[in-house]
Design a protein around this ligand. Structure first.
Ligand code: KG4
Ligand code: ZN
Length: 339
């Protein structure tokens, strides 16, 4: 085998995933066992249930990934695993499994930051993409702008001070009675609505100062809840598509504005989107058109690589492997791991 094979595990939230990636960029297998149906009836992820489901699923997904990749453990060069951020019990299942595999096989172990994994999903989707670029990471738990100077040189430019973009999508969707996770439902409903119908607030819409690259979505969330409650109290009808479209426009406006400002600040010519909310159709379309106007190239992964998966963890692990960035068997889950 000429290309290095990385086996990676991802168990940070509600997907149990194992992947085999060759040479950092070629996915041979990316098995994702979703727990969404299990958590849906609770309206969100129940951490204890997530951990138990990971324990049931982790070895089967590893077996499936190896079978689909047509390889065996002996041919794997290194083992990558998400060690944070995420739910501690969920992370521990992946970390313990990866440590056992690395120890038994005597292979290098690589601890991967989940957020960096989301960014690296773009290297799987775009074979010619190379640093430098600015990445907007928008997931259920995080909203960050990152300057990726090189594969192993990442600089955090700014992040949310409260809710993550995906969290806002999910909370708004919940009060509008959409199933969990609500982001894709808001995205769909918004297609029939008027984004200018309701003037929801745009937080930190500033060009200068310490909040230049910071985000805040909790005020927007409250504004939408107040709008819905007031309408209900007055017995006024509400257009769900208009609320969805106006909320989404408020999120997208701020994300796009700050991402373009970050490109200007760093002087990069490429932008990438990463994380579950990168699947949002309005975010992709708006950023693509505004980036295009400024001569910037925009990259984003296909939806299956936007949400949690182990292939992106394998890709990140590959570049850490090239840099000799290994963990030892003391590797632990770090629920609040930062960039
Ligand atoms: O990255 P991810 O799978 O998990 C975390 O690491 O958090 O992101 C999941 C988030 C959820 O909040 C989900 O509602 C959101 O991504 N999401 C979307 C869309 N698809 C997924 N949000 C808006 N529009 C979408 N099309
Ligand atoms: Zn994620």
């Amino acid at each position: 085998m000429t290309q290095k094979l990385i086996l990676a595990l991802e168990t940070s939230c509600d997907e149990t995933s194992a992947a085999v990636v060759a040479g950092g960029r070629t996915i041979l297998a990316n098995i994702i066992s979703s727990q969404v149906p299990t958590h849906q009836k609770f309206g969100g992820v129940v951490p204890e249930i997530a951990s138990r489901k990971h324990i049931e699923n982790v070895i089967p997904v590893v077996d499936q990934a190896l079978a689909e990749a047509g390889t065996i453990l002996a041919d794997i060069e290194a083992i990558g695993v998400t060690c944070g951020p995420g739910l501690v019990g969920a992370l521990l299942v992946g970390v313990a499994t990866a440590k056992a595999l690395a120890f038994a096989l005597n292979k290098p172990l690589i601890g991967v930051n989940h957020l960096e994994g989301h960014i690296f999903a773009n290297f799987l989707a775009h074979r010619d993409l190379e640093p430098p670029f600015v990445a907007l990471v928008v997931s259920g738990g995080h909203t960050s702008l990152v300057y990726l100077k090189d594969y192993n040189d990442l600089v955090l430019l700014g992040q949310t001070r409260d809710d993550a973009a995906g969290e806002a999508f999910d909370k708004i969707a919940r009060v509008m009675n959409f199933p969990y996770p609500g982001g894709p439902h808001i995205d769909n409903a918004a297609k029939q609505g008027n984004p200018a119908a309701i003037p929801f607030p745009r937080a930190f819409a500033v060009q200068e100062g310490e909040n230049k690259f910071a985000f805040s979505f909790s005020g927007l969330k409250s504004a939408v809840l107040n709008y819905l409650n007031n309408a209900a109290q007055r017995g006024e009808p509400v257009s769900i598509p208009d609320v969805a479209a106006s909320f989404q426009a408020a999120v997208v406006d701020v994300l796009v504005m700050k991402t373009l400002a970050a490109a200007q600040h760093t002087g990069v010519e490429q932008l990438v989107l990463a994380g579950g909310v990168a699947a949002n159709s309005s975010l992709k379309a708006t950023l693509a058109s505004q980036a295009g106007e400024q001569g910037l190239k925009l990259f984003y992964p296909p939806p299956v690589l936007c949400t949690d998966n182990a292939a992106m963890i394998a890709c990140r692990a590959y570049y850490q492997h090239l840099a000799g960035d290994y963990a030892d068997l003391n590797l632990n889950a770090i629920p609040s791991l930062k960039f």
